[in-house]
Design a binder for this molecule. Structure first.
Ligand code: GLV
Length: 350
């Protein structure tokens, strides 16, 4: 009897993921190539092209453009397993047309992302970064009655409930709302899926205009789509209260960043907490200099436990792709019924 050597499956991880995912795949005998191990550097396009061409499954990150040109490079590619909930960097319809299943990591990062929304909300309203610098730089000489005054988040001394406006009411929007209940806020939400908002007793559905007008804090949680690109531009910012704060932890292009700079500089709104940027990682230079913003480098889901679970979830999806099985978190399930997918799967060695 002739012995057949086991088939080696190859995964290309554009950049190094947390160990859990790497361990999962290597324990299954998968040959994992990592394009970039330095966490502070991206992978250049030629290296990405090369990696895609020589793998069975691609594990990209949101920092890479997975477009038609890249997808066309490898007729054997069995799937894409991205470690993120958002996949606007991936051309999903082209992937479907070519018979490539695409997966993300939904749900697992909801609570960490909602926590960080609140971290930025509190930080900008109560001026935490400024307070830290003031103290660390040795400027704290005496308690001051006018020192670093911020905005109330819970009801102020007059008892007025603050209004939290949520645009985009998916898992993260809902988790942000849950936390707002503890601050006694009135919660307005606007989302494409109106029935989801209306089914939730802790929030009230409102038009975008109404949410913009009434919010003391406005937080954005829709996916980035052609409809949500520049959803918040000059007219929207001008219609907000001058005492309001804007939070964006979804995707940068949802906000017109030039308009936001003007709004913050000229006092149309009081401040902003931003974890994402329109031309990430580039940031409008004025944003860095303004005193009424708190900036973060896209870290809403960045907790040890969450990132470890995201990595594992992405690896499980990659493994399903490699097996030619329906992946747990597939975004384009219709792909499995296509001729293009069957052809790819047929190339899968036994
Ligand atoms: C992060 O932005 C994600 O989409 O997971």
């Amino acid at each position: 009897m002739s012995k057949t050597s086991p088939v080696i499956r190859r995964v290309f991880m554009s950049r190094l993921l947390p160990q859990s995912g790497l361990d999962f795949l290597t324990q299954k005998g998968v040959d994992v190539t990592v394009g970039q191990r330095d966490d502070e550097r991206g992978l250049d396009r030629p290296a990405l092209r090369q990696g895609v061409s020589a793998c069975d499954v691609l594990m990209p990150l949101l920092s890479e453009r997975v477009d038609a040109e890249l997808l066309a490079l490898n007729p054997r590619l069995l799937g894409i397993a991205q470690m993120a909930v958002g996949t606007d960097n991936v051309d999903l319809s082209e992937a479907t047309r070519l018979g490539i299943p695409v997966t993300n990591t939904p749900g697992i990062l909801t609570e960490a992302s909602a926590d960080f929304t609140w971290a930025l909300l509190m930080a900008v309203a109560r001026r935490v970064p400024e307070a830290h610098r003031y103290t660390a730089e040795g400027r704290f000489k005496i308690w001051g009655p006018n020192l670093l005054l911020g905005a109330d988040v819970g009801p102020g001394p007059d008892g007025r409930q603050k209004v939290l406006g949520i645009v985009g009411y998916g898992r993260i929007g809902e988790a942000v709302a849950r936390r707002a209940v503890g601050f006694g806020m009135r919660i307005l939400a606007h989302a494409r899926n109106r029935s989801r908002v209306e089914a939730d007793p802790k929030v009230t559905w409102a038009s975008l205009e109404e949410v913009l007008k009434q919010s003391d804090f406005l937080t954005l949680h829709p996916p980035l789509t052609p409809e949500t690109r520049h959803l918040i531009s000059e007219p929207e910012l001008r219609s907000m209260k001058s005492s309001a704060y804007l939070l964006n932890l979804a995707r940068g292009p949802i906000v017109d960043e030039r308009a936001l700079v003007k709004a913050l500089d000229e006092g149309w709104i009081a401040g902003a907490g931003l974890d994402v940027f329109e031309r990430e990682p580039e940031i409008e230079p004025e944003l860095k200099a303004l005193p009424n913003v708190v900036l973060a480098p896209h870290i809403a889901s960045a907790t040890v436990e969450t990132r470890s679970q995201m990595s594992l979830m992405a690896a499980r999806n990659a493994w399903a792709h490699l097996q030619g099985e329906r992946a747990p978190n597939v975004l384009n399930p219709e792909v499995y019924d296509t001729e293009a997918y069957s052809q790819r799967r047929a190339l899968l060695a036994p």
